[in-house]
Design a protein around this ligand. Structure first.
Ligand code: G3I
Length: 347
């Protein structure tokens, strides 16, 4: 009897030791593993921090958790074509990021070809329609061909819709000099340069049902009806903890774009912590919003959930601590919320 008990205890001990070892050896699934199993792109924006030898946590976190990356700034026109000579292209930083992604088996989203912001000075000086069409065509063709099949998803046009009343196209867009069809021109040019690429229109403030998302719906529907090669819509989702996924009508909004036959991606998710309450309460609320964003994304069969950065301290709005890793790269409650939603979603 005594002998039998001991054998049981040894078995129990071995079992619990095995479990402990499994946890200690990091066998908890990563976002990346769970996303891979579900065919979802899960990742975020990367900056030069990725190559900062003083901060190896950035690269370790990106490569452990992300199966997809996007350059926070390195593929913007001001980064690639900043030379006063429009014929000069600077690809070194962007190429290094793509090489890192390839080495680590990550998909790259290209961001972004036509944006009123972060363009070089010489673009704002072009005032003549034909010259702008030439500049746009040359730039888009050169960049899309340069990356070739290394980048098969492009934000072709970013943030073209105004926040103002009626949400027309914004009037401070230098590319609009090319004519009222400048958006169509951008998509057709990108398609010609890489027919295999999935081409996106990307914007912010369009997550829920509202005037701006109505304007975006009308815009992309018009493009489709005109035979313009657009494949998807990117919803940036720069939000804060006051945002209510349910009240905003987000699922119905995303679904109406899916019903047009378009792909849908959340492209720049971050959720600033705002309002009163303890730090713990704010972290819990942030986790809730992250979880609801991902479940809504999955409910409409989105193809990507991309966050705008990695850790809070390198975020473009670090003060709001909007990401899922804290200043020291520890997992925040929002990280756990994403894991749980993926686990519950099944494969
Ligand atoms: O690299 C220069 C540096 O040489 C210079 O000394 C310094 C002085 O200002 O500026 C540096 O460039 C800054 C760049 O970030 C890199 O840090 C730019 O000024 C600054 O404007 C730029 O901000 C970026 C912003 O887009 C404008 O391009 C943010 O990092 C980036 O997070 C933000 O990302 C955008 C998305 O592309 C589109 N959707 C909204 C999102 C947030 O604004």
């Amino acid at each position: 009897m005594h002998y039998h008990m001991s054998r049981l205890s040894i078995a129990a001990l071995a079992l619990s030791l095995g479990l402990t070892l499994a946890l200690a050896s990091g066998q908890a699934p990563s976002l990346r593993t769970l996303a891979n199993e579900r065919g979802l792109l899960m990742g975020g924006a990367i900056s030069s921090e990725l190559f900062n030898a003083d901060n190896p946590d950035e690269a370790a976190t990106v490569n452990r958790e992300y199966n997809a990356v996007v350059a926070e700034n390195a593929m913007k026109m001001r980064a690639i074509a900043n030379s006063p000579n429009p014929g000069n292209y600077l690809f070194a930083t962007a190429d290094a990021m793509v090489a890192s992604a390839q080495k680590n088996g990550q998909t790259v989203r290209g961001h972004t070809l036509v944006w009123h912001d972060s363009a070089p000075a010489w673009i704002y000086e072009i005032k003549e329609k034909a010259a702008m069409r030439v500049a746009m065509t040359q730039y888009i063709t050169t960049v899309v061909r340069h990356f070739g099949d290394r980048i098969n998803i492009w934000d072709v046009v970013n943030e073209a819709i105004s926040d103002g009343p009626g949400n027309p196209l914004r009037n401070n867009n230098p590319f609009a000099v090319a004519g009222p069809d400048f958006i169509a021109l951008a998509f057709r040019t990108a398609h010609a340069a890489n027919p295999a690429a999935r081409l996106y229109y990307n914007d912010y403030g369009v997550e829920g049902l509202n005037g701006k998302s109505d304007a975006m719906y009308a815009l992309v529907k018009g493009l489709l009806e005109g035979g313009v090669p657009i494949n998807g819509v990117g919803f940036q989702a720069h939000l804060d903890t006051n945002f209510s996924v349910g009240d905003s009508g987000m699922q119905a909004n995303l679904q109406r774009f899916r019903n047009l036959g378009l792909e849908v991606q959340l492209t720049e998710v971050d959720v600033q912590m705002v309002g009163n309450g303890s730090e713990k309460e704010k972290l819990a609320r942030q986790a809730q919003v992250y979880g609801e964003l991902l479940s809504t994304c999955l409910a409409v069969k989105c193809s990507a959930f991309m966050m705008w950065g990695v850790s809070d301290w390198t975020s473009w709005r670090a003060g709001g601590k909007p990401l899922i890793f804290d200043d020291g790269y520890a997992k925040k409650p929002a990280y756990g919320a994403l894991i749980r939603v993926l686990q519950m979603a099944g494969k």
